[in-house]
Write a protein that binds this ligand. Structure first.
Ligand SMILES: [Zn+2]
Length: 363
């Protein structure tokens, strides 16, 4: 018996077949036992390079709880409204994965609980399964042409147009701490439901807010006002890292295509029911390394930044087009002190990717 096992393992090793699957990254959020058919959020691997699958997900219908976009419904542990509440769901905008629909009028669903600071359930961004009355649910087909995808792992906003990736912007999602676990931006799928515009919280001014999950709003990177001037520096410095209280802060500086939060606002504020997907940074998810041959650009006459394009709004016209070099040369020789341009969102350095991956390694 033992001999057979050893022989089998040897054959597997010789064939280079992975003996244990524990290295594989989870691709679907904690797959439930009842995965339903479909091409929605819950069935789609978190792989930004698979444009076709991502677009299908972004265009697939969303099941939400009917009602006011600034209110919530609890999910119950049993198909009984007297049983224990296990999760909070924001009405009108938050997508649910329906696992089972019963004849007695109850449905079993799963989603990331949208517990905010005043929640009694306190399931902070936890993936939960719970029961809800089926007649509370409705299915909405998202508006076409545009869709948004936020990846909490790489802190980027991906903008899709007509089935193609249109542009990428740097963002900051929520940074929780022990006292404020509710700062974590809730993951899952949502619909934009209201162009709330600018608002002020504790001296922070946030312009062009688009509501997608009650208190969680997509808006421009905040600014403070000093002597009548807008100051963005403190918040722009941390774009690309978690920093917010749950909102999604989006870059103000224009990419080479002219995209920024102003573009998102102008393009989407009259397109409510546009889908916004937020990928959870599950343990085991890892960022891919960048092709060493990827072209980067810099201004040899004293430029401090490396860029993803030869022409960039972050550089004076007289220094454009800039000189090209390869990603593999980053951190060496002339390129050793260059830092990432805050306009054109160039790829991260190997050291930065390693740090993110280390933090998300499976234990
Ligand atoms: Zn640039």
């Amino acid at each position: 018996m033992k001999k057979t096992l050893v022989l089998l393992l040897t054959i597997l090793l010789l064939l280079d077949v992975p003996v244990m699957a524990q290295q594989a990254a989870p691709e679907i959020p904690a797959p439930s036992k009842h995965i339903t058919d479909g091409k929605g959020y819950w069935q789609t691997p978190m792989d930004i390079t698979d444009t076709k699958a991502v677009w299908e997900m972004l265009m697939s219908p969303v099941t939400v709880v009917k009602g006011n976009q600034k209110s919530q419904q609890v999910l119950y542990k049993e198909p009984d409204s007297k049983s224990e509440p296990v999760g909070d769901v924001t009405r009108d905008s938050q997508g649910l994965h329906v696992l089972e629909t019963r004849d007695d009028g109850w449905s079993l669903v799963e989603t990331y609980s949208s517990s905010f600071h005043d929640s009694k359930v306190k399931a902070w961004n936890q993936l939960v399964q719970g029961w809800i009355r089926t007649d509370m649910l409705e299915t909405i087909t998202p508006k076409g042409k545009y869709a948004l995808l936020v990846d909490k792992l790489d802190q980027r906003l991906y903008i899709f147009e007509d089935g193609e990736l249109y542009d990428v912007l740097a963002i900051s999602t929520g940074l929780p701490n022990e006292r404020q676990p509710y700062n974590e931006t809730r993951s899952g799928e949502f619909l934009l439901v209201s162009p709330v515009g600018g608002f002020e919280v504790e001296g922070l001014n946030a312009a062009m807010g688009l509501r997608f999950n009650w208190g969680d709003i997509l808006h421009e990177v905040p600014h403070s006002i000093r002597n009548g001037n807008k100051n963005y520096q403190k918040y722009e410095e941390v774009l690309g890292e978690r920093a917010s209280h749950g909102c999604i802060r989006v870059q103000r500086k224009r990419t080479p295509k002219g995209t920024n939060m102003t573009w998102v606002w102008n393009t989407l504020r009259k397109r409510m029911d546009t889908k916004l997907v937020i990928w959870e940074d599950l343990p085991g998810r890892q960022l891919a390394y960048v092709d060493p041959g990827t072209p980067l650009f810099y201004n040899p006459k004293g430029g401090q930044n490396y860029h993803s394009a030869a022409e960039c709004y972050g550089v004076k016209k007289e220094f454009q087009p800039m000189a090209q070099f390869a990603y593999s040369e980053l951190g060496t020789g002339d390129y050793s002190s260059l830092t990432a341009c805050p306009y054109c969102v160039p790829p991260r350095t190997v050291a930065e990717i390693d740090a993110i991956n280390l933090a998300h390694k499976l234990p």
